[in-house]
Design a protein around this ligand. Sequence first.
Ligand code: CAA
Ligand code: NAD
Length: 284
Amino acid sequence: MMGIQKVMVIGAGQMGSGIAQVCAQAGYEVKLNDMKQEFFERGYGVISKNLTRDVEKGRKTEDEKAAILARITMSLDLQDASDVDIIIEAAVENMEVKQSIFQQLDKIAPAQAILATNTSSLPITEIAAVTNRPEQVIGMHFMNPVPVMKLVEIIRGLATSDEVYKAAEEMTVKLAKTPVEVNDFPGFISNRILLPMINEAIYALYEGVASKEAIDDVMKLGMNHPMGPLTLADFIGLDTCLSIMEILHEGLGDSKYRPCPLLRKYVAAGWLGKKSGRGFYVYE
Ligand code: CAA
Ligand code: NAD
C-alpha cells in the first residue's frame, strides 16, 4: 500500500470540518468537498476559529495556523478525488447518499486509493458492496468534537483487507488519535452502547420521570459524564440519533432498540438540536 499523503474529506459539516482540521494539522494535503461553496466556507470558518483559539492559548504559532489552513483546499466536484490516496466520507447519515458517493468515487479515485466512511452506524459492508474494491473500503469513525476526542473506531467490512486496515490504523496514529478495531455490526461499539442510553433518557423525559435538567444532572453529577444525555443528543444532532436508533432496531431486530416517539416528533418538527438552534434545549 502506497503511503498516504493526499486526503479528500467529503462533507464540510460538524464532522468533516473536524476531520479536515486534524488531517491538515498532521501534515496531510486535504481537499475538503461539499456541495456548495457556502457549505465549504462554513466548515473552513470553524477550522479557522479553532486554530485562532489555539494561537490565543499559546498552543500554536500564527505561522503554524497559516500553514495548516494553506493545506486545506476547497472542492465542489467529486472528480477532485482523481489524485488522492484516501477519501474520508462524512456526508449525511443516509445509505442512498453514501452509496451514490461511493459508486462515483470507485470510478474516479486511483486504483490503490482507500475509500473510508465516517458513518455512525450504517453497515460498511453494504457501502462497500456498491464498489468494485470492497477490500479497500473501511469505516473510520471519529468522535465529535473531532479536534478534542481521542478515539477513532476502525471498522472492518466483511471484505476489508488487512493491508487497508493497517493503513487506516497508521493514519489514525499520525492524527494523534487512538484506533480501536471493530467488526461490522449495527452501531459498532460506540453507538451500540451510547445511543440506547440516550434513547432511554428521552423515554424518561417522555414518561414524565423527571425534567430534562434533572435527567442531565443525574448523569453529569452522579456518573461524571461531561454532558447529560439530552444535551449530548442535541450536540450529536437529533436526526443522526434517530437514524442510528433505526439502524440498531432494524439491524438487530430487538424491540429494546425502538426509537422513542418523542425523538421522532422532535425530528419531524425540525428540532435537530444545537445545529438547528433547538432540540431538547434552545440555542442562540
Ligand atoms: N471544536 C474544537 N474544540 C472544542 C470544541 C469543538 N467543537 N468544543 C470544545 N472544544 C475544546 C475547547 O476549546 C476547550 O479547549 P481549551 O479550553 O483547552 O481551549 C476544550 O475542548 C474543553 O471545552 P470547554 O471547556 O468549552 O467545555 P467542556 O469542558 O464541557 O468540554 C467537550 C467540551 C469536550 C465537548 C465535553 O463536554 C465532552 O467531552 N462532551 C461529550 C462529548 C462526547 O461524548 N462526544 C462523543 C459523541 S458520540 C459520537 O461522536 C459518535 C457518533 O457517531 C454520534
Ligand atoms: P452535518 O449535517 O453537520 O454535515 C454534513 C455535511 O455533508 C453538510 O455540510 C452537507 O452539505 C454535506 N453533504 C451532504 N451530501 C453531500 C454530498 N453528496 N457530497 C458532499 N457533501 C455532502 O453532519 P455531521 O454531524 O457532520 O455528520 C456527518 C457524518 O458523520 C454522518 O454520517 C454522521 O452519522 C457521522 N457522525 C456524526 C457524529 C456526530 O456527533 N454528529 C459523530 C460521528 C459520526
